[in-house]
Design a protein around this ligand. Structure first.
Ligand code: NAD
Ligand code: MG
Length: 383
């Protein structure tokens, strides 16, 4: 029995993780659940899974959750500090970080410092502070097992291989809902169009990131830290069917790809079961349902975010933190109809030029960079 803490249990990844737990009775025990503001779903999850602790991020909802769970043995806490408590709970073996955005940074650090293995969905944490997170993980001897489907693919391809055998990786990208469109078209797209992803149902932020290719940009940076690669060793290839989840190419020219139906429950289940493989009754892949698998280059002239992410990765320091914070602001602004689709890249680029560069940042530098970038980006989007 593995004891698991799920940070962000009410989101797309969080709810699918609970479905994985439910489908494997006796294998996993959920000890902590956290949500930012969806109190009613958090309450029903707590009643169903009977964790030791639930945390509601939004403190104004504390009493709602507390009174709904009165008479149960579930402890209720609220606020950001309490998230760290949920991450570091004594009996927990594995923490699933399914919070969206850099809000996941501190709880992830708390989990690592408490010696917990991490099933990492929250890619923004690695983008913001990849050096810090990976060196802390090494120091505390914890595994970081990727949940992002592309990175789970590479991780699975590398089982039984040494990292030194790896030449490069190809991250596959669906291309999102606007694949093949030009800038004239993109200038007028609405959030409703951007929120319709062809292959995956996900939270709003990552869905917009997928439409703008920033998701792939963030994933390139995530891959750098997970697999210790240089920017030149990470390529992006558009593969609209999302069946090949990513590809590792080795020094002898041989390639391994991991494939399967596009279903996040698979990489979540793999991360929970690792290092074992455990049977599931998930839908099996049928080749005849996909008679053609196709591949295209990424259109980085139309979708500028991908180049911006590579630039940030090559520059290093706090630049990926800047790009991430700016992106969180512009995605919110786009979702509130404050800016257009193409303006998102413009604001991000502006932040990359204007926010002070720090070559070797520590945690406080990252927190300050995140804070200042958000203020500056917010000024740009409200202009
Ligand atoms: P989501 O918006 O559906 O859910 C986010 C969860 O985090 C919710 O439970 C929410 O309550 C919580 N949360 C939001 N803001 C918070 C804050 N400030 N503090 C604490 N908790 C907060 O998002 P999602 O689609 O499940 O994505 C979660 C993470 O997983 C993201 O980093 C995303 O990039 C990554 N990811 C998601 C998918 C997917 O299929 N959804 C695939 C790969 C990677
Ligand atoms: Mg992904």
């Amino acid at each position: 029995m593995k004891n698991i803490s799920i940070l962000g249990s009410t989101g797309s990844v969080g709810t699918q993780a609970l479905a994985v737990v439910q489908a494997n009775p006796g294998l996993y025990k959920v000890l902590a659940l956290t949500a930012q503001s969806n109190a009613s779903l958090l309450i029903s999850q707590a009643l169903a899974f009977e964790p030791v602790l639930v945390v509601i991020g939004d403190e104004s909802q504390y009493l709602v959750v507390k009174s709904a769970l009165a008479g149960t043995s579930v402890r209720v806490l609220a606020g950001e500090e309490a998230l760290c408590e949920a991450a570091a709970l004594t009996e927990v073996d594995l923490v699933l970080t399914a919070i969206v955005g850099s809000a996941g940074l501190r709880p992830t650090i708390a989990a690592i410092e408490a010696g917990k293995d991490i099933a990492l969905a929250n890619k923004e944490t690695l983008v913001v502070a990849g050096d810090l997170i990976t060196s802390l993980a090494k120091k505390h001897g914890v595994n970081i097992i990727p949940v992002d489907s592309e990175h789970s693919a590479i991780f699975q391809c590398l089982v039984g291989e040494g990292n030194e055998a790896l030449e490069k990786i190809y991250l596959t990208a669906s291309g999102g809902p606007f694949r093949g469109k030009d800038r004239e078209f993109l200038a007028n797209v609405t959030k409703a169009q951007a929120l319709k992803h062809p292959n995956w149902v996900m939270g709003a932020k990552i869905t917009i990131d997928s439409a703008s290719l920033m998701n792939k940009g963030l994933e390139v940076i995530e891959a750098k830290w997970l697999f210790d690669l240089d920017a030149d060793q990470i390529d992006v290839i558009v593969h609209p069917q999302s069946v090949i989840h990513s590809i590792a190419q080795f020094k002898d020219g041989s390639m391994k790809a991991q494939m399967g139906v596009p279903d996040m429950k698979l990489p979540i289940h793999y991360a929970f079961a690792y290092p074992q493989r455990i049977s599931t009754d998930f839908k099996r892949f049928n080749f005849l349902e996909y008679p053609e698998l196709t591949f295209y280059p990424a259109d980085n002239k139309t979708f500028r975010n991908l180049d911006l992410a590579y630039t940030a990765l090559r520059k290093g320091g706090n630049m990926p933190c800047i790009i991430n914070a700016a992106n969180e602001v512009v995605v919110n602004a786009f979702l509130q109809d404050k800016i257009g689709f193409l303006e998102m890249s413009e604001v991000i680029e502006n932040c990359m030029e204007e926010i002070g560069f720090i070559e070797e940042p520590g945690l406080n530098n990252y927190l300050e960079t995140d804070y200042h970038t958000r203020i500056f980006a917010n000024q740009l989007v409200t202009k």
